[in-house]
Design a protein around this ligand. Structure first.
Ligand SMILES: Nc1nc2c(ncn2[C@@H]2O[C@H](COP(=O)(O)OP(=O)(O)OP(=O)(O)O)[C@@H](O)[C@H]2O)c(=O)[nH]1
Ligand SMILES: [Mg+2]
Length: 211
């Protein structure tokens, strides 16, 4: 996680500025015109996508979070900066077994089609629960992104929930896998929305992706 202090500070300033919910798209017909660069949050249900978006922007209830997996059911777009600098996209989760099958399918197709087909998408952040490491359901997304050559970066979430030694092991294993995957950034980020661990670096990583 090596970012220059200047990059961290510039990112902090950007995220401390205006951030506004733009719109919620239940299907791809409703997504905004691709006029500005985007970074999207992907990952399993309940991994902490919406919480991380809130932590990044320092706004507790910008994106809706919940204990119950399957909270986010649409693509949610957030405008950063005024004038508009870039957009963040919060997405429904993968692999939520308890949701009705056709809804799970619908979300998966929508998320996949969005990630594969969005010119302005500069990078996907693929969130991985630090307690579990990369699971097969995560590998499905990673493979899809590798095949479509969509640049992505893995981000471990909920780092506060495990011991430092376990965190070191899962970090090492995740980095090893990232280095083997063609579209993956070779470095990962380790975060906690609860403690703020890795949040300044994640802000800098978003800015780096936007370019
Ligand atoms: N301890 C801890 N809990 C977290 C962290 N991030 C998220 N959570 C909790 O995990 C649960 C799920 O968080 P969300 O942000 O709603 O997860 P999501 O990935 O957006 O879930 P879906 O929208 O259902 O796909 C909530 O109860 C959060 O409070 C974290 O860093 N640490
Ligand atoms: Mg969510």
């Amino acid at each position: 996680m090596s970012f220059e202090p200047e990059a961290i500070e510039a990112a902090r300033k950007t995220f401390a500025g205006p951030v506004a919910f733009l719109k919620s798209a239940p299907t791809l017909e409703f997504i905004p015109e691709p006029t500005v660069n985007e970074v999207a949050f992907a990952g399993r249900s309940n991994v902490g996508k919406s919480s991380l978006l809130n932590a990044l922007t320092g706004r507790n209830s910008l994106a809706r979070t919940s204990n119950t997996p399957g909270r986010t059911q649409e693509l949610n777009f957030f405008d950063v900066g005024n004038p508009l600098a870039f957009r963040l996209v919060d997405m429904p989760g993968y692999g939520f077994a308890k949701a009705p099958k056709d809804m799970v399918r619908k979300w998966r197709f929508m998320v996949n089609d969005f990630l594969r087909g969005r010119d302005v998408l500069k990078r996907a952040l693929v969130l991985i629960d630090a307690r579990h490491g990369i699971k097969d359901v995560d590998r499905d997304i990673l493979e899809m992104l590798d095949k479509a050559a969509v640049s992505y970066r893995m981000v471990l979430t909920k780092a506060d929930k495990i011991k430092a030694t376990e965190l070191a092991d899962v970090t090492e294993a995740t980095v090893a896998e990232a280095r083997k995957r063609p579209a993956a950034h070779p470095e990962i980020l380790v975060t906690s929305s609860e403690t703020g661990l890795g949040i300044p670096e994640l802000r800098a990583a978003v800015m780096e992706a936007i370019g």
